[in-house]
Design a binder for this molecule. Structure first.
Ligand code: SF4
Length: 399
């Protein structure tokens, strides 16, 4: 039988950067945002003050992935170019990429089995599971791998845990592409994994480490979030912690500490050799979370707007931080600012968008004629959308 053609893999760009620079600039850049940054991240107009977080928007991994997608289109003009799915969690960016003629393998009617060695497939910034990479490789198509270096760092750590016989505890969302890819790396390296979403799930696992429990109930609870054949009596003895790169860093640290303490309680002095941790929150996520905490500390804001896809993990976590302090509206797009009386947004941890009325209200007890809005955006949100939000706010507040 004829062996399949070997894929050609591009990981370091495609030598078309200068040719696509102007399209990227037109599609995602904003002169207004550049001016606001130069003006100490503050926009003033009439009654309105908008304070931008000092880190927001496209992260280095997204910047690179989007750049490579455009370069791919430019370099392989006569070939069909696919993405495995959303390149990042932003509908505006995904629409722009579709408009370049790039197809999505996740769309109805598309199939990996129909790919040929003439096709080109772009892998997203958050990576893909090992099995999917193997399937694509077997088709012999050209691959453009945009997996972010910070995600590769997580993979390196979980593979090391597996090699040393440690189970990877991954703080993340088991359904998220990045976490599925990370889990597959642990499994492919011969290890086990358990994905915990939050403190509540970590508590279930930590209780089991300390005093055991109903094994079948545990397996059933984590059926979608653990490696095949996961036996908590066997797999919770040596643990290495890692995170999806976009989680809330304070929660990840706390969860890591919960597992360390549980192992210490269970194994006493021997616990040091049974627990490892690497902080795998990426620096872009950390910087955006730190910037928002600093903004809340520095400014007395009336409301906070967080712009980004509703399925964007890092954006949801920015909203979570802000919502503890003041009225916060996570919006997917500028058009969610319907009017001065109405905003459509997704509350923290809600599954669906809701409409809130009278949202442009000054904070209780505020006597200033100025209306202060804090604004940030997730790592997959381009600056031109942030500009549209500011312009919309300007017209709503000052009209
Ligand atoms: S959020 Fe972090 S890990 Fe994800 S693409 Fe951006 S820089 Fe890379």
């Amino acid at each position: 039988m004829e062996s399949p053609a070997q894929p050609l893999i591009f990981r370091k760009g495609l030598d078309r950067r200068s040719e696509v620079a102007h399209v990227l600039e037109e599609s995602y850049h904003s002169d207004l945002i550049a001016q606001i940054k130069a003006a100490d991240y503050c926009y003033q107009s009439g009654r309105l003050r908008v304070y931008l977080a000092r880190e927001f928007g496209f992260c280095y991994g997204v910047d690179r992935a989007v750049d490579y997608a455009y370069q791919t289109r430019q370099r392989f003009q006569d070939r069909t170019v696919y993405l495995t799915g959303e390149i990042i969690h932003n509908p505006h960016v995904n629409d722009q990429i579709r408009a370049q003629g790039i197809r999505f393998l996740s769309d109805p009617g598309e199939s990996i089995d129909a790919l040929t060695p003439d096709d080109v497939v772009i892998l997203p910034a958050f990576g893909i599971p090992v099995e999917l990479l193997e399937r694509l490789s077997a088709r012999g198509c050209t691959l453009v791998d945009t997996t972010c270096g910070s995600v590769l760092n997580v993979w390196k750590n979980v593979r090391r845990y597996a090699a040393d016989g440690f189970t990877s505890i991954i703080h993340g969302k088991y359904w998220h592409e990045e976490t599925r890819a990370t889990a597959s790396q642990a499994q492919h390296a011969g290890g086990h994994y358990l994905v915990v979403l939050d403190r509540a799930e970590a508590t279930v696992a930590c209780d089991y480490i300390r005093q055991g429990g109903n094994r079948d109930a545990f397996v059933s609870t984590f059926a979608h979030a653990s490696s095949p054949g996961f036996d908590p009596d066997r797999e919770l003895q040596q643990l290495g912690c890692a995170n999806q790169t976009t989680m809330l860093s304070s929660e990840s640290l706390e969860i890591g500490e919960m597992f360390r303490a549980a192992i210490a309680d269970r194994y006493g002095e021997a616990s040091g050799s049974r627990y490892r941790a690497f902080d795998t929150i990426c620096s872009a996520t950390q910087d955006r979370q730190d910037a928002i905490i600093a903004l809340l500390d520095e400014r007395r804001l009336d409301v906070m707007l967080v712009l980004g896809g509703y399925n964007s993990s890092n954006t949801c976590n920015l909203a979570r931080i802000c919502a503890k302090d003041l009225p916060t509206y996570h919006i997917a797009d500028p058009d969610r600012l319907v009017s001065a009386a109405e905003i459509r947004h997704k509350p923290v941890d809600a599954k669906h968008e809701v409409t809130t009325t009278d949202w442009l209200e000054p904070r209780p007890g505020a006597h200033s004629p100025v209306f202060s809005v804090g604004l940030t955006s997730g790592a997959s949100t381009p600056d031109n959308l942030v500009e549209q939000v500011i312009k919309r706010l300007d017209s709503l507040v000052n009209s």
